[in-house]
Ligand binder design. Structure first.
Ligand code: BG6
Length: 493
């Protein structure tokens, strides 16, 4: 069986505004939750900068979720002598023409990017949008159109205007649903005719552990209340989008690591089933349009008695039903194992003795991607869109700045082959694949630059020093060939 893909398959890359764009105060952009995060590394995790009501500067690990170490009235503050990766990122803001040309050269026909909410509504509460912000994304889309690359827009990638976090406690408040809908309508008014595929939220299921919701003191109930409000917001966006743009297609993005039981001991199997349901809770609700029967069981793991404790409006049920997603999209980087007695959010999982790992300890498991595609489609019979995959690695450029990244080629060719097998052998309908960070960008979990995913090397270090020069790596020429042959080149592996 060949690995050549259907002729309408979408090939591309994915980015997020605060990891890629920079220009954080340009043309009227307001501050967002990620603008207060400094860089970190494996030993010293990234932290937030805040100030307490008595004027003391504090550096909590997490300010907007699990924030037990943040005093009640502490507020975010940009502090001198700290490096904030999102402020300049790798400056797509000024390099978009060059970057899109590089993407076009690789043969991309789709580009996933997120819009910075605070570039459109600086505090989230203005009556009218910031025209300069709209202009920037308008220019990006025009540039994409020049090369027949279609946009895949993430409406909200893990962030919101800081004002909404401070004033309303982020997604804990229904007020934020209203403000999100104002923002969404502005996006549809301005870009709706030029964009078919939309994602309402990035990795929404990460709320169970670390997902940024702009909520300060996130106990279980705060997190799952925020999740409910986001479900409603997503469904409302889908309903409005379908009305304003009948051909539009909506997904929301889930962080999917395949989870395997550590052994065939029934207790481990059962624990793993519950572990998987922690993710299904999000996918089932949004993909099927109603909370699953096991919802109370999941909530109980987070100290909440039942769904009845979540505040809902009388018409929420109807909204969830009408605002079901059109496709299911997810990120896939690795697999984990789980066993009886593990914590409920064991994000890294325990090491799998059968797998090698990346320098960041992520288990390399291409077959896990095929397994995940099958598992999702078996459950929710809607097309799949793989919107993030890739390998974070340390690249060592030679004197000309060229990187011979054979490890990345190996990772991607194995994962793309597994994807092609899921499509061609298992018959899973898959709209496309967007590789994470096609041009090097900043890591989400650590804020480092040295954890690189790209086909194109960007000259910049962990502290933001460098020329920002873009140089194609070996993998750039390899992926170009794979896309040119629409996957057939994978048969050569
Ligand atoms: C996903 C996020 O979690 O994984 C991206 O949607 C992120 O924003 C990506 O960058 C890879 O994670 P990291 O921590 O290696 O950047």
């Amino acid at each position: 069986m060949t690995r050549e893909l259907p002729s309408d398959f979408l090939w591309g890359g994915a980015t997020s505004d605060f990891q890629y764009e920079g220009g954080y105060r340009e043309n009227g952009r307001g501050l967002s939750t990620h603008d207060y995060e400094t860089n970190g590394n494996q030993i010293n995790p990234r932290h937030h900068t805040m100030v307490t009501s008595s004027g003391k500067k504090i550096f909590p690990k997490s300010a907007f979720v699990n924030a037990d170490d943040v005093p009640e009235n502490a507020k975010p503050l940009v502090v001198d002598n700290q490096y904030y990766p999102s402020h300049n990122a790798v400056d797509f803001f000024h390099h978009y023409k060059e970057d899109i040309k590089l993407m076009a050269n690789m043969g991309f026909n789709v580009f996933r990017f997120s819009i910075s909410w605070s570039r459109i509504y600086p505090t989230g509460e203005e009556e009218t949008p910031n025209q300069k912000g709209i202009e920037f994304y308008d220019n990006v889309i025009s540039e994409l159109e020049k090369y027949n690359i279609q946009p895949l827009i993430t409406i909200c990638h893990d962030e919101l205007p800081i004002n909404l976090a401070v004033k309303y406690d982020g997604w804990n408040s229904r007020k934020v649903i209203e403000l999100y809908m104002k923002y969404v309508r502005t996006l549809f008014d301005n870009f709706g005719k030029r964009c078919k595929y939309w994602l309402t939220f990035n990795e929404i299921n990460a709320i169970r552990g670390f997902g940024p919701t702009g909520v300060h003191k996130a106990s279980g109930i705060d997190r799952y209340q925020a999740a409910h409000n986001m479900f409603v917001a997503s469904a409302k966006a889908v309903i409005l989008g379908h009305k304003m743009m009948p051909k539009s297609q909506f997904g929301a993005m889930y962080a999917m690591s395949a989870s395997y039981p550590a052994t065939c001991k029934p207790e481990d199997m059962f624990h793993n089933q519950l572990e998987q349901r922690e993710n299904w809770y999000f996918i089932d609700t949004m993909g099927r349009g109603y909370y699953p029967v096991y919802a109370d069981e999941i909530l109980q793991h987070h100290g909440i008695k039942s769904l009845k404790e979540i505040k809902m409006d009388p018409d929420d049920k109807e909204v969830l039903k009408k605002g079901q997603l059109d496709f299911i999209s997810f990120s896939y980087y690795r697999s984990n194992i789980s066993k009886d007695g593990d914590d409920w959010f064991n994000v890294g999982g325990s090491p799998n003795p059968y797998l090698k790992t990346t320098p960041w300890g992520w288990g390399l498991d291409p077959l896990g991607l095929r397994y995940t595609m099958n598992m999702i489609y078996d459950r929710i019979q809607k097309p799949i869109f793989i919107v993030e995959n890739g390998m974070g690695a340390i690249d060592k450029p030679n004197q000309e700045g060229y990187v011979e990244d054979n490890y990345r080629i190996e990772y991607l060719s194995q994962h793309l082959s597994a994807m092609a097998d899921a499509i061609n052998i298992d018959k899973i309908p898959c709209i496309g694949y967007t590789m994470w960070g096609p041009i090097d960008l900043i890591s989400l979990s650590t804020g480092e630059m040295r954890k690189r995913y790209g086909f194109v090397y960007v000259d910049m270090d962990d502290l933001g020093n460098g020329t920002l020069k873009r140089t194609p790596k070996k993998s750039y020429f390899w992926i170009k060939h794979v896309i040119e042959t629409n996957g057939k080149a994978l048969d050569e592996n």
